[in-house]
Design a protein around this ligand. Structure first.
Ligand code: FES
Ligand SMILES: [Fe+2]
Length: 360
């Protein structure tokens, strides 16, 4: 049960270089992605309507793809344009094409009703294409349902225990910090959390000169359905008054993560971790990429085992604690949208807005 009428990240632009035909399962559907000769990215259902061969095993010809079983050729809109040895093309012989948008190194695909696919509905993350933000887009595959990853990102107290030596820095984080703001949004949530007078966590320490001074750390995380996450992180010198607005000399990060279901039990996980202080040198981006992979592998181990546990015992009912409020809200929002979609309700609002703000 997935939300269909929304945009999902399907690939990184770098996966489509050199005329590659990328076969990828999205929401349980086999999709073929490629960049045609014109430069346009095309997404087609990855099944030849003739006898069901995979089009991703075919051959790219201009903006078209030729199925390499009996040679039938389809253009970028999925229309059959050639049947070797036959003049007449049956009108039914066509492949489903999915709406595609390329933005800031990510390829977005609309898996639902094509008529409702409005690019304005893609969450706008300007730093993915602004030159002062540097980062290296990357991909990981999870053997877990995408919502378990969404859950993981909904609660930062796990930073303290899972990522003590990588992204978190100390167990203290879970005890002394709590969300200062939790906003329940129409299509997700927003959480703000401060950790004042703290040591720099290991990933940050690696890329700064002054490794000993205390810092005030702010994380503002936003999650939108179906699994669009971004976090604005800031480190400022402790005591300079960052909490009351003095951000002079602050170092900032933007963490953009996109969870796209492959199947009910597996997920495509795309991300880019950007910083605004490395300048022209990419050494920091590479260090941060390695730190993030190290951190995500810590999450992955827990989440994939959690998936197994839930499969082993589907009757298991998680018990909520206070920190689970954003997570619970997100699940409710998503369930409602899926139910409405299945009942045939029309479109969605393009501007997610807050419906309540709770100080915590
Ligand atoms: S299965 Fe594709 S051409 Fe026959
Ligand atoms: Fe994590």
């Amino acid at each position: 049960m997935f939300l269909k009428n929304c945009w999902y990240v399907a690939a990184l632009d770098q996966e489509l270089i050199d005329g590659k035909l990328l076969g990828r399962t999205l929401l349980g559907e086999h999709v073929l992605l490629y960049r045609g000769e014109s430069g346009q990215v095309i997404a087609l259902n990855d099944r030849c309507p003739h006898r069901g061969a995979l089009l991703s095993k075919g051959r790219l010809e201009g903006d078209s793809v030729r199925c390499m079983y009996h040679g039938i050729k389809y253009d970028g809109s999925g229309k059959c344009v050639q049947i070797p040895g036959q003049e007449m093309i049956p009108p039914k012989l066509k492949v489903r094409a999915y709406p595609v948008v390329e933005r800031g190194h990510f390829i977005w695909v609309w898996m639902g009703d094509a008529a409702a696919a409005d690019p304005a509905l893609i969450v706008d993350l300007p730093y993915l294409s602004e030159p002062n933000w540097k980062g290296i887009p990357a991909y990981l595959h999870y053997r877990a349902n995408y919502l378990l990853i969404v859950d993981n990102l909904s609660d930062f107290s796990h930073l303290a225990f899972v990522h003590t030596k990588t992204l978190g820095g100390s167990e203290e984080y879970a005890y002394v910090t709590k969300p200062t703001v939790v906003e329940r949004l129409e299509r997700g949530f927003r959480v703000e959390r401060w950790h004042v007078n703290s040591d720099p966590p290991p990933f940050h320490k690696k890329v700064i000169r002054d490794k000993d001074s205390k810092l005030d750390r702010r994380n503002i995380a936003t999650m939108y359905v179906p699994g669009i996450f971004y976090m604005e992180t800031l480190f400022a010198a402790a005591g300079q008054g960052a909490q009351t607005g003095n951000l002079a000399g602050a170092k900032e990060y933007r963490n953009c993560q996109f969870m796209t279901p492959e199947t009910e039990g597996t997920t495509h996980f795309f991300w880019s971790y950007l910083n605004n202080f490395e300048g022209e040198d990419s050494i920091m981006s590479r260090s941060l990429l390695n730190s993030l992979i190290e951190g995500f592998m810590e999450d992955k181990e827990i989440i994939e085992r959690q998936q197994q546990t839930l499969v082993e015992d589907p009757s298991f009912q998680p018990l909520a604690i206070l920190a689970d409020a954003p997570l619970a809200h997100f699940r409710r929002v998503l369930d409602k949208l899926i139910a409405a979609e299945q009942a045939g309700a029309p479109g969605q609002s393009s501007q997610p807005r807050a419906t309540a703000t709770v100080a915590g």
